[in-house]
Design a protein around this ligand. Sequence first.
Ligand code: GAR
Length: 221
Amino acid sequence: MSTLLPISVLISGSGTNLQAILDAAGDGRLPVRIVSVISDQADAYGLTRAAKSGVPGMVLEAAGGMNREGYDQALGTLLEKSNPGLVVLAGFMRILSAGLVRDWEGRMLNVHPSLLPGYRGLHTHRRVLEAGESHHGTSVHFVTEELDGGPVIAQAKLRIGPGDTEQTLNARVQALEHRMYPAVIRWFAQDRLRMADGHVELDGTRLREPVIRDEETWLRS
Ligand code: GAR
């Protein structure tokens, strides 16, 4: 019997990516066991999704006066108790301190809704539209101390149409994330993927660029 990789998922909101991971794990497409879901928002719908799947959900809110280091120490303690082999940031909207990131380096992934290194930070859909870009997308990367700056593993790329709005781009990007993120987590769980010397290695080969697939290809996968 193959072993399941224990993972913790960190969320702040709706948790549609969490749902995609729960679904893939639930029907055997993803060899992971979700040992904890941690939210910094008590009302995050993702916590309901976790509860419906019987996965332990935890809330860690930034109490008044708690600074980033204090919060991240508490978060680190929670993570250590869950003892995951991989931490998955899925719409977790806090910036992590350097110490916490270092503790989990090579064992922490994030999904960011842009074609990194372009459009780090917030409001990516609005900013690509305002800039008149022809393409947009989303990226999964290893988390390093540089915000949205860690080595990129995979990207999903879409062509922006004349009718696209922030809302349509959000929906198209998320549909791609729901395919790509479980796929990347599967590579990690299968020991095919690792970070070495600040670079991505897939199947023993250092990637010179991320695995980039277009919208149709990811949706077919
Ligand atoms: C996702 O689209 C993800 O790319 C984005 O938040 C959304 C969470 O959606 N992450 C970031 O912006 C991180 N900088 P979800 O809660 O439905 O999974």
